[in-house]
Design a protein around this ligand. Structure first.
Ligand code: HEM
Length: 183
């Protein structure tokens, strides 16, 4: 699939797909059922799905133009041949988070140093954020990361830092799905 062509991306856990599922671990809230493979597609194929999640590639909400320039200068794209590992981390935030005004959410996001923490792991980790909340999906966000096997410990270190932040006190469901590319 041309990953940039369509805005809605489907992540389907089942028996098909280019990613082997190596683990599914609930960090907060209910887990997702185990499955052998994950398919990332721009159309929904229902056959043998154990679960299927959708999210939209959307506009930035919290990023300043200077931060965007910094990210663009340092980030790598999806689909690098050396990036044989991936993580799909679906996340939902609490009613208290969504009840706030945008400036209140931004203040918490900024105090949490989310972008600054994440920047420390570029370009080793490539990423894409998908918004699911307005699609009435079970999660608010589907976060997607690709990295080389030797960079997985660094990825795990980033998670420790992010999960200790003020922003994460609003995360009420988080499932950490680790994947290995099959081709
Ligand atoms: C790889 C390094 C990372 C970088 C550079 C990074 C950067 C960013 C940026 C710039 C945004 C704001 C987008 C906007 O303006 O709307 C964002 C949002 C987000 N990121 Fe990260 N991030 C990274 C890692 C992570 C990880 C590991 C997770 C999950 C475990 C994560 C979860 C999220 C979520 C859920 C949002 C949406 C927040 C919201 O809209 O409330 N990020 N990230």
């Amino acid at each position: 699939m041309d990953m940039a062509a369509k805005r809605i991306v489907h992540f389907t856990g089942g028996r098909d797909g280019e990613w082997d599922v190596t683990s599914i671990h609930a960090v907060a809230g209910a887990t997702l059922l185990h499955c052998d493979r994950l398919a990332v597609t721009d159309t929904l194929s229902e056959s043998d799905a154990i679960w299927s999640l959708a999210g939209a590639i959307s506009n930035l909400r919290y990023t300043t133009s200077a931060e965007r320039a910094g990210l663009q200068a340092k980030q790598s794209g999806l689909g690098r041949t050396e990036a044989r590992r991936a993580a799909l981390i679906p996340i939902s935030k609490s009613a208290a988070w969504w009840a706030m005004a945008q400036d209140e959410r931004l203040a918490i996001y900024a105090r949490s140093q989310h972008t600054a923490i994440g920047m420390d792991y570029l370009p080793a980790v490539a990423r894409r954020l998908h918004h699911s909340r307005d699609l009435e999906e079970p999660f608010d966000f589907l976060t997607w990361f690709e990295f080389a096997a030797e960079d997985e410990p660094q990825f795990d270190h980033m998670l420790v830092r992010l999960r200790a932040s003020e922003e994460w006190t609003y995360v009420e469901r988080e499932v950490d799905i680790r994947l290995t590319r099959t081709h």
